[in-house]
Ligand binder design. Structure first.
Ligand code: ATP
Ligand code: MG
Length: 662
């Protein structure tokens, strides 16, 4: 029998005061140690933003020449600029500064796919690698403003490639190395990349991925690509096109000259990155240099209470924004050690994350609800067999985290001695929008609590667009003014940027997410606005119903969608994954329905309850409800863009289950 911790009603509804306990290092103080300090800083960030951001910039980043204007532009016009006139370089801030100050501090720990093969790279070594990689890119004739596509496994060389691009003012476009040749080709062409950095093969969960072969296939339709830089991950024999392809090691070893960081403008683009594609065709967002870097540094410091000496592990792939901001740029800009995790949480067994924490004495750990739910499903023994007492802050990002999963994370992983930070943000935002301060904010399971400095949230009525100013409010989440790390445009389509984010509600940045603000001002993300379900005039969020379902002890994961209904407008269709080892039965279904009725009320009773073996997810691990919605509506021939779905082969099974249920 699998033992899984079940939270009690008291735990699920409790408030968890922030506390500094015996795990906190002696002689150190949290960056934010009381809610009053948070409020004072937050108020300054809103009432006197230019002073606030100037002070943060002075503390956290180094400019080669000073900016003349802290910020300009508006959401309405979509012409946002930060630190205009300044000259800066991201790789200098993330590497050179620390290579001078603390050359022997570890910058990157590489936790390779096979356990026990970790590698350590100091800041001094990282600088050498970045300089040589930059020299190599320069030898291809690339110059400031050119784009480089990066299609790499989770190896340190992926981060080195990103930093090398930033060193020369090149724009990187990291494409998650799980994407097909087609999707890669589309992104390479869309961004006009002329160089691709890749590896011979990738390793994930003991499986070999033919990375270079996928690149070769993609490049058949990318005439603009002149060079491919190939890192040897496994050393396997792969196709090598003379004249176009160059081996990473050979090229870097030829570089004898130190490459100085190029002084770029604050508003020069740093990277392009596509969204996860949960709601449709991914959007290629453009992030610029100084504002993004400051957003990454500031939020990394405050959300995770990071300081030099800490060992931070963000399990997200560098192919996603979380991997960019919290795997690479944030921790390195603070001189912290970052762990690059190549493997899967389930390889060789479900204790891999926790073994990694134990081995490297990780102090802050950051992952996604999908991983937390999957690991909870497999049982507590995988966690408890490791020493996790170095952990102080554990974070979640990517989807709403159900209170049940939140409590499991805090109690089983954190032994009730850590702070849990549920961080809400998007690719478009560059860095956190809503998050607790780990040693200041009293948390509630499932709430991302309060805004980050400089963020002014607003809740709008979805239909009228009117701002709801009462403390308790439910509607769509918008942000009222620009912050430094907001994306500046959608690549090649500024009109779509304006239409999607800036003009949906005049004067507000529109997130597309539904939100509730409770009587104490806490924010609760309810999922995508499109996913709100309206039953007989009662508007319910998918997150709310899913969280009730997952409270049933048989349930591991759930996705809820609305289907149209002649009488009630919409009815609820719930898809459920059971805990490992359980079999579908009428008894289990009845008990799940009873849980929902008890938790929310009869109005939330699912009319259809369908037990599945798998849920459709994006390659970044998020549930794609639009696919389930289409299947439930009998429109499985109109599923739209499925390139971002991690395993389309599960669709047939879902369709047949739905057909027999309806
Ligand atoms: P696309 O925009 O292509 O549909 P996506 O929105 O999933 O894909 P991302 O930018 O990776 O792409 O994800 C941002 C979204 O993830 C948010 O809009 C929100 O819906 C969800 N999200 C992220 N963090 C949280 C969180 N802590 N709580 C609730 N939802 C979250
Ligand atoms: Mg989105």
């Amino acid at each position: 029998m699998v033992v899984v911790f079940e939270a009690t009603h008291e735990q699920l509804t409790a408030k968890y005061p922030a506390e500094v306990n015996e795990r906190y290092p002696k002689g150190r103080k949290p960056w934010i140690s009381s809610i009053e300090q948070y409020k004072t800083m937050y108020d300054q960030s809103i009432n006197d933003p230019d002073t606030f951001w100037k002070e943060r910039a002075d503390e956290l980043v180094e400019f080669f020449s000073p900016y003349h204007t802290v910020s300009s532009g508006t959401i309405d016009k979509g012409d946002i600029r930060w630190f205009d006139g300044g000259k800066i370089n991201v790789s200098y801030n993330c590497v050179d500064r620390w290579a001078k100050k603390t050359p022997d501090a570890v910058a990157i720990i590489f936790e390779a796919d096979e356990p026990g093969q970790a590698k350590y790279i100091t800041y001094k070594e990282l600088l050498d690698m970045v300089s040589k990689a930059a020299g190599t890119l320069r030898s291809f004739g690339l110059k400031k403003g050119d784009t480089v596509a990066i299609y790499m496994p989770m190896v340190p060389e992926a981060a080195v490639s990103m930093l090398a691009c930033s060193r020369l003012g090149l724009v990187h476009n990291v494409v998650f190395a799980g994407f097909s040749a087609n999707s890669l080709a589309e992104r390479v062409n869309d961004s006009k990349a002329t160089v691709v950095i890749t590896a011979d093969q990738g390793l994930r969960g003991g499986k070999v991925i033919q990375t270079k072969a996928i690149v070769d296939e993609a490049l058949k339709s990318c005439p603009g690509v002149k060079n491919v830089l190939v890192f040897k991950r496994t050393g396997a024999q792969v196709n090598f096109q003379e004249g176009r392809d160059v081996w990473w090691d050979d090229a870097l070893n030829q570089q004898t000259e130190f490459v100085e960081p190029v002084h770029v403008e604050s508003e020069d683009p740093l990277f392009i990155l596509y969204t996860s594609g949960s709601t449709g065709k991914p959007k290629g967002l453009v992030h610029t240099t100084a504002g993004y870097l400051l957003g990454a540094a500031m939020t990394s410091r405050y959300t995770f209470d990071l300081a030099q000496g800490d060992v931070f592990c963000c399990s997200a792939d560098v192919g996603w924004i979380t991997g960019h901001t919290y795997g690479v740029y944030g921790p390195l800009s603070l001189g912290v050690t970052t762990v690059i995790f190549e493997s899967l949480p389930s390889y060789p067994d479900a204790s891999r994350f926790w073994q990694t924490v134990d081995t490297h004495k990780i102090t802050q750990f950051y992952t996604a609800p999908t991983a937390i739910r999957a690991l909870r499903r497999l049982g507590d023994q995988f966690v408890t067999s490791n020493d996790l007492s170095t952990l102080r802050v554990i974070g979640s990002v990517g989807e709403p985290i159900n209170p049940e999963a939140w409590c499991w994370y805090r109690t089983v992983v954190g032994k009730d001695s850590v702070s849990v930070v549920d961080t809400y943000w998007q690719t478009e935002n560059g860095s956190h929008l809503l998050t607790p301060m780990p040693f200041a904010t009293t948390t509630k399971p499932g709430s991302a609590t309060f805004p980050m400095f400089g963020i002014v949230p607003a809740i709008l009525d979805a239909n009228s667009g009117e701002e709801l100013t009462s403390t308790t409010a439910k509607g769509v989440l918008c942000i009222k003014r620009p912050w430094p790390s907001i994306a500046r445009t959608i690549l090649g389509d500024h009109q779509r940027y304006l239409a999607t984010y800036m003009h949906a509600y005049k004067g507000y940045y529109f997130t597309g997410d539904g939100v509730l603000r409770d009587e104490e001002g806490y924010y609760w993300i309810g999922g995508r606005v499109d996913d709100v379900i309206n039953v007989s005039g009662h508007r319910m969020s998918t997150a709310e119903i899913e969280s009730a379902i997952i409270e049933n002890e048989a349930v591991a994961e759930s996705a809820v969608v609305g289907v149209s209904d002649d009488i009630t407008g919409q009815t609820i269709c719930a898809f459920v994954l059971l805990q490992s080892g359980l079999k579908e039965s009428d008894e289990i279904k009845k008990s799940i329905i009873a849980t929902v009725r008890a938790e929310i009320g009869p109005i939330a009773t699912p009319k259809y309850l369908i037990i599945l073996d798998d849920l459709p997810k994006t390659r970044s691990g998020k549930i794609i409800r639009r696919v389930l919605r289409k299947v439930a509506a009998g429109e499985e021939d109109q599923l739209g863009d499925l390139s971002t779905m991690s395993d389309p082969s599960i669709l047939a099974g879902i369709v047949s289950k739905v057909h027999s249920a309806f």
